[in-house]
Structures are given as C-alpha cells and as structure tokens.
Design a protein around this ligand. Structure first.
Ligand SMILES: [Zn+2]
Length: 249
C-alpha cells in the first residue's frame, strides 16, 4: 500500500476522548491557532508511546497522516510537557480549565496566530504559580484575554446603558458594568467593587510576568475566577466542567 503523505505540526493537546477499544481521538491546537483532531491508534494499549505524548497540555511536534475522516496521529515528539502543571491537583485543574476554554475558542480551518502563544504562556504561568490565588488569576486572565481577543471584551469604565461613570454592578449577559439605577431591574447584576473592576482590567492588560508578582488575596482571586467562569460559560454558551472542577476544589 502506498504510504500516505503526512503533515508536521507543532501543537498543544487540549482534550482526549476514547474511540473503539484501544484508540483515542486527540483534539489539539496548532501553532497557527487552528483546531486539529486526529486519531491516536493504539494509544490506550498499556505502554503506548503515543499515550504519554498526547497527554493533556503537552506541546509536541506531531505528524498527522490523512485518514478516511479524521487524520491519524502517527508520531509525536514532546517539546514541552508542562510538567510543572502536573505537580498537584490544583495545578492540573487550572491547566485543564484553560485547555477547555482553548478548545471552545479555536476552530478547524481557521488560523489565528494569537492563540497558541497565549495558551503556551498561560500554561507556563500555571507552572510558575506558587499559591492558589495566583493559580486562580492565571486561569481568569487566560479567559479574559482570549475572550477579549474573540470580541467579548467587558466594558469596565462606565455604565453600559447610560455611561454614568459610577458603576457598581457587573452583569455578564449585558457585557460589563451597570450603574445602580440601570441595574435595578437586572436580576443577575452582581455587586462589584472598584478594586475588582481594576483587577478585571489588569487581567486583560497586564502580562503574566506582572500578574504573577502582583499581590492578591484569596477573596479577590476567587471572585475573579467566579466572574471569569460566568463570562466564558455565558458567552461561549457552554457548560464548563473543568472550570467547575477548578472552582470546586
Ligand atoms: Zn446606568
């Protein structure tokens, strides 16, 4: 049989689902920001080389050959296993939540060179986080950065409805802040402090280097994670199980 041509990609592994007895379908994001799904044949056999190399959040150089429907993942050489994101359950949960968002914000046949470097840096920031508040703000920052890039940037400086600068409520479905009087009839508008609004702006505007050294307390970081979770779930219209798990632990 003639050998099928294979294409090489640099990619990060976003999710895996079982296929038949011994195979996996691996969903990846390529360096160019496209979503790519391929079958890893035999990856569930004990001792499979492909299994370890297609673990979640591994970055690898992969070879994909054309299959009947999905491509076939024939080789994977790990370039960054993000081992620091595997040290404990909280780091794994943070990286998994970001990969869940990544999977929902990249698309087949649609290149976007912003996406891969952002995810790769976010995974390293997860590795570099040494406490829970910083893990939470890394996940929240990834959400707000990637969602803002995709067009869902929250309005933070004045009430969306009347432009009153003193905005005291945050409403996910309207896309940002409302003043006290415009929020009166909006049941889901939640109280928000100026500090929290400044933080949401910082999650979008600051680099991960800056965020990792910014002092943040437990209460603020968990509120930011809550807002990021609602923001992504509402605008992506998806139940985010990995994000729910991160918030639950
Ligand atoms: Zn208003």
């Amino acid at each position: 049989m003639a050998r099928r041509p294979a294409v090489r990609y640099k990619a990060v592994m976003l999710s895996r689902t079982k296929l038949a007895e011994q195979d996996l379908i691996v969903t990846m994001m390529t360096e160019e920001g496209e979503q790519l799904r391929a079958v890893a044949k035999g990856a569930r056999k004990p001792g499979s080389r492909l299994s370890a190399r297609s673990e979640l959040f591994v970055e690898a150089d992969v070879m994909i050959s054309k299959g009947r429907n999905l491509g076939i993942l024939t080789e994977a050489e790990v370039s960054d296993a993000h081992v620091g994101a595997r040290v404990d359950i909280e780091h794994v949960a943070c990286a998994s939540a970001m990969c869940e968002i990544a999977r929902l914000t990249c698309y087949e046949d649609l290149k976007d060179p912003f996406l891969f470097p952002l995810l790769s840096r976010s995974l390293r920031a997860c590795e570099e986080s040494t406490d829970r508040p910083h893990l939470d703000i890394v996940a929240a920052a990834y959400v707000f950065k990637v969602m803002s890039h995709a067009g869902w940037r929250p309005v933070l400086d004045a009430c969306i409805a009347c432009e009153e600068p003193a905005a005291t409520r945050f409403c996910v479905s309207v896309g940002g802040v409302l003043c006290e009087s415009c929020a009166r009839n909006v049941a889901e508008a939640m109280p928000v402090s100026q500090n929290e609004l400044d933080w949401i702006g910082a999650l979008i505007g600051l680099t991960f280097d800056e965020l990792l050294v910014a002092p943040v307390d437990d209460l603020t970081s968990s509120k930011l994670l809550d807002v990021a979770h609602r923001w992504a779930a509402t605008h992506l219209d998806a139940r985010l199980r990995a994000f729910e798990f991160l918030r639950g632990i």
